[in-house]
Design a binder for this molecule. Sequence first.
Ligand code: PMV
Length: 316
Amino acid sequence: MKRGSASGKVILLGEHAVVYGKPAIAVPLVQLRATAQILPSSPGDGLVLDLPDVDQRLALAQAPADHALAHVTRRTLAALGLDPAPDWVVTLQSEIPPASGLGSGAAAATAIARALSAAAGKQLRPDQISALVYESERLFHGTPSGIDNAVVAHELPIWFVRGQPPEPFSVPRPFTVIIADTGIPSPTKTTVGHVRQAWLANPAHLESLFQTIGEVVLAAREAIQKGELSTLGSLMDTNHHLLQGLGVSGPELDCLQAAAKDAGALGAKMSGGGRGGNLIALAPAGLDRQAEIVHALECRGATRVLTTVVGGQDDK
Ligand code: PMV
């Protein structure tokens, strides 16, 4: 049996403005993973995609052209020179909740691409996997910036500007991020579409918000590299308020943001597409203080709270 797995991700700063050419910072979320495994199917059956999480099992040959995981499978087989498709069953299982800004779609596609290359005995580079996964992200999201596939394929903290190669960067002073799920699924396509409408209606105002977000993200990168966590925290707060200005936050996210801050977070903001999905909070040092923030978020309705450390261990 051959396997491939991929992590989830969180966007630390810069979502939405990244679609308009501004920088963003994203980190892998290694605790939550999607895993694909490959076993032989009956001879002549061709390649079968088995997706138990969504109760779907389909022959690749019959899968519609806009099926995102079938698409990445076809593209990866072509990149590996596997034509016709081998008699394999590819089973995908994921711990990453869908439509919550944690990179579920990119992780699923990356896990499949990695498992196929392992089964073919050929290595694909992270940038090749990222390019294959980007195509399936387009089917999930419409006009993705490419940040999800980049951070998931590299599995490192990245500085990302649309259209440029992602820049993995080191985090000299590791920090803890608490991730709280509103429990409200929110497809990225919807909020990206909302921002596009707002931008078409009032380009000057939206451009100036994007510009300020870009400046905040640049300052945040400097703060991360200097280990200045309280500065990073304030920049996350500012980014949250700018995202409110874009109209992509929501009452549940704002309530969790205030709860995290009241409980001692250095900063807090929505992450990803917004409206629902996840809030992220930068935790101060000390397990007790972190536990207080987790408790406050749970009391204010978070349906799941995770803690992750960014940096250290060669940033993996
Ligand atoms: O909802 P997520 O985590 O997939 O993130 C979307 C990030 C956006 O900037 C809103 C869209 C994009 O394609 O970058």
